[in-house]
Design a binder for this molecule. Sequence first.
Ligand code: GLY
Length: 374
Amino acid sequence: MKKIEVLLTNEKYNIYIEKGLFESSGKKMKEIFVGEKITIITDDNVNPLYGEKLKKILEKSGFEVNTIVLAVGEKNKNFVTLNRIYKELIKFQTTRSDMIVALGGGVVGDVAGFAASTYMRGISYVQIPTSLIAQVDSSVGGKVAINLEEGKNLVGSFYQPKMVLIDPDLLKTLEQRYFNDGMAEVIKYACISDKQFFELLVSIENKEVLDENITEIICRCCEMKKKIVQKDERDKSERMLLNFGHTIGHAIEKIFKHETYTHGEAISIGMYLVTTQSENLGLSQVGTAVRIKELLTKFNLPYEIDKKYYEEIRNEITNDKKREGRSLNLILLKTIGEGYIMRIPIDEVNKFIETFRKPITIERDVYDNSINDY
Ligand code: GLY
């Protein structure tokens, strides 16, 4: 079994990764939790597949277990769902020494983690991610949140889990589209910090080879995330690199009301679009975008969007929560495997969502990449 230790200033926890690990969830829980009551928070897609099974496994280990089943989907990551969770926790007489287990994808992990961070000023929680996107990214690092009508993740906190249990076998029930959705985040990691990993992904020839390598792929992403989170738990510097493709991606998700594109599909378009433009601006090595496009295509991920949406994307970005004052932190690549943060004036954002027939020049002194001196 692979064990990755996340060492933070005030706490530490382990990520365990192994095929078949789900069956040992009760045993692993006993190692970190001495209380009695566990509330599983899951959704109505995951519950019939793994919720009932997990309840039995935990009960067999002597825990008293309650399950809260949420309606599936990003649109339910809101105050109404959160309020229902609080009420059910109270009904189950959950105390500060009890625990929550988030069993599901990113949405479940975010809302269950946020409930854990706020219920009675904070109770313990464990992540058991069931989607690839959650296994490689959202279950690690303690970002928990809910959405407001005005935007994604606008209310949240940094609240680390007590443990993350990753069983790649759980991905067997994941629809192909959602597997590919997770591959977009995998590609993101390769783009921002590991050229060799990018080449490994390029070399995967078919589904069999991918299945053989999936545990290794998840481990490498979790290792990269752990390193980044250890250096910058609160997303003030290096952690922002994880937002490669996300500024445009979040805008696309919002314009399409989180329905047309999955998160991974939206950030795929974001990664390609921003790199095409940064090449045009002389900020990325020429040829970087085409390599990203080839890899995205391999996993059936989109890389472009009708230009008629560019204006809306620009408008959304200027409202993005990452904007500080009149500037925006945009993540760019020097080349594959080398991400960097570029602080740009908000009025310059149009230059990154345009179609240029030929390279144009920019005033370099209005850009600031000193933020990369982590
Ligand atoms: N998913 C981005 C982060 O955890 O910072």
